[in-house]
Design a protein around this ligand. Structure first.
Ligand code: ZN
Ligand code: ZN
Length: 106
């Protein structure tokens, strides 16, 4: 809700020179900018869509590892330290094609 800086009345959409503007109904004050609430909403929606579409695995390094499920020869990999320091890191893979996940057997 916006108020007129001249008289304090509530500002309402008003036709000024055939353009929709936000203006005061009591005096002749007209806000210079159109309310851009709709524009902001659109930006927010665009951001959300982008987040959903973004592949979380995209930033992982790829390696030439054969997928046990579909025989695709490329997989993302990352390492996980299973116990505090005394054990070697375990490598995990995710197939770039079928998204099957498996761990390295040593
Ligand atoms: Zn006013
Ligand atoms: Zn696969």
């Amino acid at each position: 809700m916006m108020f007129c800086p001249k008289c304090g009345s509530i500002l309402a959409p008003k036709d000024v020179a055939k353009k929709k503007k936000l203006g005061c109904l009591r005096c002749n004050y007209v806000a210079k900018e159109r309310p851009n609430v709709k524009l902001q909403e659109t930006v927010e929606k665009a951001k959300k869509v982008q987040v959903i579409e973004e592949d979380p695995m995209k930033s992982y390094p790829k390696t030439k590892e054969e997928c046990p499920k579909c025989s695709n020869r490329e997989a993302y990999f990352w390492t996980v330290q299973t116990r505090a320091g005394d054990e070697a890191e375990t490598r995990f893979f995710e197939c770039t094609k079928c998204r099957h996940r498996w761990r390295e057997y040593s």
